[in-house]
Design a protein around this ligand. Structure first.
Ligand SMILES: [Zn+2]
Ligand SMILES: [Zn+2]
Length: 131
């Protein structure tokens, strides 16, 4: 009887260890910094309220622009020139996977940076909850 209980406990420990190992492997694999592949498109949006143009650009072009135009010591991103209104007011934006709204990260104050102001979806939030 006691022998059986000990066996059951051993099995539980082994299962827990295997699960933990699996979770760690999964996390380190998906949590690593995203590799930069050319051809990855990102969304940008014009901050001019009269224009509010949204367009997709190559992430590599965007990062090249940031590298060339970023002011050392400033944490804010330099604005790009808008193709539509010609103002220097285009910033990196995110597109909501659920409703397709394009918005600036951090629009919903005090919440996840990628929280959609329209439908409330956040990829970070759902990932943290374990999808
Ligand atoms: Zn514009
Ligand atoms: Zn949304």
């Amino acid at each position: 009887m006691e022998e059986g209980t000990r066996k059951a406990v051993m099995i539980i420990i082994v299962v827990v260890c295997l699960t933990a190992a699996g979770v760690i492997t999964y996390m380190t694999r998906s949590g690593g910094g995203s590799a930069l592949k050319p051809g990855t498109m990102i969304w940008v949006k014009c901050n001019n309220p009269d224009c509010a143009a949204e367009f997709e650009i190559d992430q590599k072009d965007y990062l090249d622009f940031i590298r060339e135009n970023a002011v050392p010591g400033f944490t804010t991103m330099p604005p790009m020139e808008c193709e539509q209104c010609g103002e220097d007011s285009v910033f990196r934006a995110v597109k909501c996977e659920k409703c397709g709204k394009v918005f600036f990260p951090g629009t919903v104050e005090g919440d996840y940076r990628d929280k959609c102001p329209d439908c409330g979806y956040s990829k970070l939030e759902s990932r943290r909850k374990g999808e």
